[in-house]
Design a protein around this ligand. Structure first.
Ligand code: SAM
Length: 215
């Protein structure tokens, strides 16, 4: 199973269906060029025609064509060019009427493993304070993924990609490591940590009393 299907399934499990009313507010941290979430959007947009999506990354690499493709699906996209640790240091949304946890869903893919120690703690704390639901899909740390990362040269990957792949697996997660790091009382969040596909490791969580996104 590829990352697109893994994310689409997790999204549908966390937010089963739109039923009119307010759009779902989603933030992707470390979104890259936005094409992974565009592929997810193409899969789930029939059930989710109204989404307000923010793509945050420290690089400005979302193309006009990608933004146009989201717009065709009816998704309203904002690009936020920022370092995620600066985002974590911003005060939570204090707009009148905004809930303290203002994102219905925060998503990360192949992103959390860039951080460790105090930075990872800070990032998870900011996510927990600002979201109703959170999903992360990361590299799985283990022998199978490590073997795969060493073999990608055989399919033509260059030296930089090969080195990145090996680094990513070493920095990845396994078992219940993200659950242990999640900075919120277990009773207040319903969490699941699981393997996905050959190389993926996922963490999915929602507030026990998550706000409805639609009336
Ligand atoms: C491996 S890419 C993943 C992109 C996308 N999520 C995907 O799965 O296709 C990691 C992304 O994280 C971004 N990134 C790394 N460190 C960051 C930081 N401190 N703040 C914001 N973005 C960061 C990089 O610019 C890059 O686009």
């Amino acid at each position: 199973m590829g990352t697109r299907s893994i994310v689409a399934r997790a999204w549908q499990a966390l937010c089963p269906a739109a039923c009119g009313g307010a759009p779902l507010r989603v933030l992707e941290l470390g979104a890259g060029d936005g094409t992974l979430l565009l592929a997810v959007a193409r899969q789930i947009a029939p059930a989710w025609p109204a989404v307000e999506l923010t793509l945050l990354d420290r690089q400005r690499i979302v193309s006009p064509a990608t933004l146009a493709a989201f717009a065709e699906l009816g998704w309203q996209v904002t690009v936020d060019v920022a370092d995620v640790l600066d985002w974590a240091a911003r005060p939570p949304d204090t707009a009148p009427g905004a809930a303290a946890s203002s994102w219905d869903l925060i998503v990360t893919t192949l992103f959390l493993h860039h951080f460790e120690g105090a930075e990872l703690d800070t990032l998870l704390m900011a996510i927990a304070a600002r979201s109703q639901r959170f999903f992360a899909c990361e590299p799985r740390r283990g022998w199978l993924a490590l073997t795969g990362s060493h073999l990608i040269g055989a399919i033509g990957a260059n030296a930089v990609t090969r080195e990145d792949a090996v680094f990513s697996v070493h920095a990845g997660f396994r078992q219940r490591e993200l659950t242990a790091l999640w900075p919120a009382p277990a009773a207040a969040w319903q969490s699941r940590e699981y393997t996905a596909g050959l190389f993926g490791h996922c963490f999915s969580t929602r507030r026990a009393q998550a706000h409805a996104w639609a009336q």
